[in-house]
Ligand binder design. Sequence first.
Ligand code: VG1
Ligand code: CO
Length: 546
Amino acid sequence: MSAAVRTITTTPFDDQRVGTAGLRKKVRVFQQTHYLENFVQAVFDTHPGFEGSTLVVGGDGRYHNDTAIQTILAMAAANGVAKIIVGKGGILSTPAASHLIRKYDAHGGFILSASHNPAGPDGDFGIKFSIHGGGQASSALTDAIYARSQEIDRYRLLDAAPVPLDDVGAATLGDMTVDVIDSTEDYADLMESLFDFDAIRALLASDFRFAFDAMHAVTGPYATRLFVERLGASPDSVRNAEPLPDFGGGHPDPNLVYAADLADEAINQQALDFAAASDGDGDRNMILGRGVFVSPGDSLAVIAANASTIPVYADGIPGAARSMPTSRALDAVAAQQGFDAYETPTGWKFFCNLLDAGRIAICGEESFGTGSDHVREKDGLWAVLAWLNLLAARRGESLAEILLAHWKTYGRHYYERHDYEDLSAEQADAVMQSLRAQLAELPGRTLNDLTITAADEFGYTDPIDGSSADGQGLRVIFGDAARIVLRKSGTGTSGATLRLYLEELRSDEWELRLPTHEVLGPLSAVADSLCQLREQTGRDKPSLVT
Ligand code: VG1
Ligand code: CO
């Protein structure tokens, strides 16, 4: 390597332990001298095999993306990486990055994103390290990276001008090759290999009213490539398609609160037959039909129940998985159809071993995340295509009819998540502790006419590598009938967020189309009093209900 490699002296930051999905902090934290560099060098120092390897780098296009990418390029070149594949303009959706790592057999990658968290100079930023195979680093690896970050005293950097990333092509940085690619082509090819594009094209060419909202985040170019160029949808069906560094001032979290206009058009005005939205980095999805919202747990269950309509799963799936707080709608399908169902801790990394081992083909989370074994991240556009594929396969049935038929077969798991944001760590811990302290005595008690059958703190042992994860949320289980789950968020950048998850199964036909808040009202009251939410937090309602 040339003389332009500099070794820079640094001191540790004490807060580089990653959360549910990478290291997420305020932009201003990442802008501190040495902050990003320390973390990246800790990865280079901890995970073996970077010398002579290929990496993938890109992000959701938010503020600070460009600067961070140039830093990573300069450090990779100085740490002996042979080649880096970067998305044009520095942009890669999270699932597209996972795909590139797999397709080009890369050693790993860095994905720059804080998902749906607001962007801009006062917003959030984040970095995730992905391993060979395209999955997020395991907890064991991130623990080791954290330990290294606590003793780091120097990092390496190549002194060179920034690499232009706006056009596709190859450049060099020291001895390293930088390949700038248009990842929308690779990604669209992958999607075309999974789904029945002819049938979807025919559906979109009919009088079917379709809209996708990219929310000025990363999915715009991918959605245009897929829906408009490959599937023939009208250009105006892809909305807010241009990624902006501040997401246009919006909050690209696809749910009924932050994608309210789209929801109003589909649900209240009934002006769309199918509508969907994705989040900042393209891994989440919201699914809407004419007059209906599909809750994420139902979306996962319906996709799994109809997996055989997806050409690659024509012969069925071996199994499916959901994160613990996600509704048990999936379990009901697995029980009837006879495939295996797994329950994992929150965070996509816990699905990866099951996917690699071929135990599961489809998985999802209540937080608007759904995906399959095609990549090792959740994938918003995959979920949208899975629904379009299903609507094309069952042409003539509306989305609402498909949903109702599903509930008639499996029952309906009414579901809500209540977020209490910006609490102090002490408040959040006090609520967790007041429920934790009661767990042992809860089984056998009857509340709201339902009897508690089990109450515990969820722990998980990975069936493939035997690794374990404790303290993954508190559960109060009322048999198959209902569940209350409480856990602390691991993605926030200020204060603490508590998530309370409520689920109740109704199976009689007259109960299948009730307003969700009406069904869950009594369970919500039970949860509030069990957790002493009001007493401990002083809040009389959640900050956000999804
Ligand atoms: C949240 C969600 C979790 C998801 C994670 C990353 O984590 O609850 O299901 O995997 O975000 O998604 P937490 O710890 O805040 O509850 V994303 O789209 O923000 O990368
Ligand atoms: Co995301």
